[in-house]
Ligand binder design. Structure first.
Ligand SMILES: [Zn+2]
Length: 298
């Protein structure tokens, strides 16, 4: 009874102090910190992640190939030669871009030349546009490409690896007869190596029957010209070369060159920022000088 009287008296006293302006309403709440420590709802910030279905199923008469492309430009720089060859052999080719590529040193360089600055998301969308144009020029249509959103700014590499493996595994399950192609586990770029590791693990567990691994143009050529990059690559080790594949016909070289040029378009008003060329000019030069790609031992 005595306790109830004390509580009621305190309540009346606080209300009176608020009324005369001595206390603010928030002051009373701050006396009860437990009330303020309720965490924000985690689910509100969680991004959605789901497997994208193919827009057009492969023709049963054609051999089917999936290329898992870590970033926009890898489909030209490292996979351009085999994609053009596969299309010539009348294979059904799908390119799966794994990221928008929001994180790139090119953004700071581009932002010196544009106003207002591009956000990392805007830059990522512009990279996807370059990818779409480049793959169009190689002869792939919208039914044969998909775009995921891994490797985001502030992302988690372990989660990226799990998701990359989940993505590859989903297409393996649905199209077990297809061929699955990507980069080497030995690649100095961790996001390239993640794709290599995902395919390697699925192969080791006998989920993938048919795969092919390529060494990026960076580790075979441009990285060797930079002591910092080659030092890192030395620690990882180099993949073993199995076979070189080349484009020999002028018509095919022209297709590849045109596809690479999609990464050189500078027209900011229309959303073209030459991101590929500004990011890795040396790799584009190398590709044009010698359109060769390396298949490595798995
Ligand atoms: Zn890349």
């Amino acid at each position: 009874m005595k306790k109830k009287v004390i509580v009621a008296t305190c309540g009346v006293l606080f209300m009176a102090l608020i009324t005369v302006g001595v206390l603010k309403p928030g002051t009373i709440r701050s006396l009860f910190p437990a009330e303020r420590s309720i965490p924000p709802m985690a689910s509100a910030k969680e991004e959605s992640f789901h497997i994208l279905p193919l827009k057009k199923k492969p023709s049963p008469q054609k051999p089917t190939v999936f290329y898992f492309v870590p970033h926009a430009d890898d489909e030209v720089l490292t996979f351009g030669v085999p994609i053009i060859q596969d299309l010539k052999q009348n294979k059904e080719v799908y390119v799966i871009l794994m990221s928008h590529g929001d994180i790139t040193g090119a953004r700071a360089r581009i932002n010196k030349r544009v106003d207002p600055d591009l956000t990392s998301r805007e830059l990522g969308q512009a990279r996807v546009n370059e990818f779409t144009e480049a793959t169009n020029r190689m002869g792939l249509d919208d039914d044969h490409r998909l775009v995921y959103d891994l490797f985001v700014e502030g992302g988690n590499r372990d989660l990226d690896y799990e998701r990359a493996k989940t993505i590859v595994a989903a297409y393996v399950k649905e199209y077990p007869q297809a061929e699955f192609k990507s980069m080497s586990v030995f690649d100095v770029h961790p996001e390239h190596a993640i794709l290599g590791k995902a395919i390697q693990e699925l192969k080791n567990s006998n989920s993938i029957q048919n795969s092919q691994t390529f060494a990026s143009i960076n580790i075979m050529r441009t990285c060797k010209k930079s002591p910092r990059c080659s030092g890192r690559q030395e620690k990882i080790g180099m993949p073993v070369v199995e076979q070189e594949i080349k484009l020999t016909e002028p018509k095919d070289k022209h297709v590849l060159s045109k596809a690479a040029d999609a990464y050189r378009v500078w027209d900011p008003k229309k959303g073209w920022y030459s991101i590929g060329e500004i990011s890795v000019p040396g790799q584009f030069r190398e590709l044009k000088r010698d359109p060769t790609t390396i298949i490595v031992k798995e």
